[in-house]
Each structure stands twice: as structure tokens, then as C-alpha cells.
Design a protein around this ligand. Sequence first.
Ligand SMILES: [Zn+2]
Ligand SMILES: [Zn+2]
Length: 144
Amino acid sequence: MSKKRRGKCLCGTVRFSVSVPDPTFSICHCDYCRRWCGGPLMSVHCPGDATFDDDASLRWYRSSDWAERGFCGTCGSSLFWRLADDPGAMLIVAVDAFEDAGDISLHRHIYVDKKPGRYDFSDRQPRITEAELMAELGITGEGE
Ligand SMILES: [Zn+2]
Ligand SMILES: [Zn+2]
């Protein structure tokens, strides 16, 4: 069953709810996510769009040929990632944007070939490269 979860940005002006059928998160080590967050992006894959109580502060930034990133224009919280050409198809949500993320468990690491050497995570979950992820998703193109 797909549970609806509520989330918000740091200042609370962006408030949303979204279905989370699979309560797991991935950690992305790509250059784009690390630049955007100031570190790896930990996020949950949601198969549909969010509904918003208030999205007046929500801004979207086109970060590559095929993706855009949503953030709060007031407090700057990094919140969402989606496909630019099909924005309602799915939504990647920063795990700690959820009000209750206590039961959301780590699924895997992605873009591990882009991870800098200065940090490591100690978990034993799977680690896949950019090429492996692109093959899995059937995506061709640059950027993330
Ligand atoms: Zn905010
Ligand atoms: Zn990334």
C-alpha cells in the first residue's frame, strides 16, 4: 500500500504530500547533487507528483538537459528532482524533507564512480556507477 507522507522545507513555506510506495532512499554522489546540496543527496523515489498546501516559494532550476531541481526560494532547502520533459511522471524527494522519515531505510548508493575520496559510508548496501544506473533506466545523455 502506498502511504502518503507529508514534508516541508526548513522555513515551512513549502508544504507537500506525496505517495511513497517504497520507503527506501538512495544516496547520490554525482557532481550535480553534491554541488546542489553541499554533499551527497539522500532521496526517495516517488512514482507520482506531489500535492502542495503551499508552493508559492517553490522554485525550479533546470540543472541539465533532462532534469530540474526544486528548492525553496525563501530558505534554500534542496527538496525535489524531476524529469524536465515529464514533470508529473515521478518525483525524487530529499529524505529529510519528510516530517517523519524514521522508517525510511537505505536502499543503495548511486554514481559511486563520481564520489570524491574524502568521505566514505560504512553501510554494506549496493553501490552502482553512473553507467550502471543509466543502463538500468534506459537513459542516454549528459547530466543529472
Ligand atoms: Zn523554505
Ligand atoms: Zn545526483
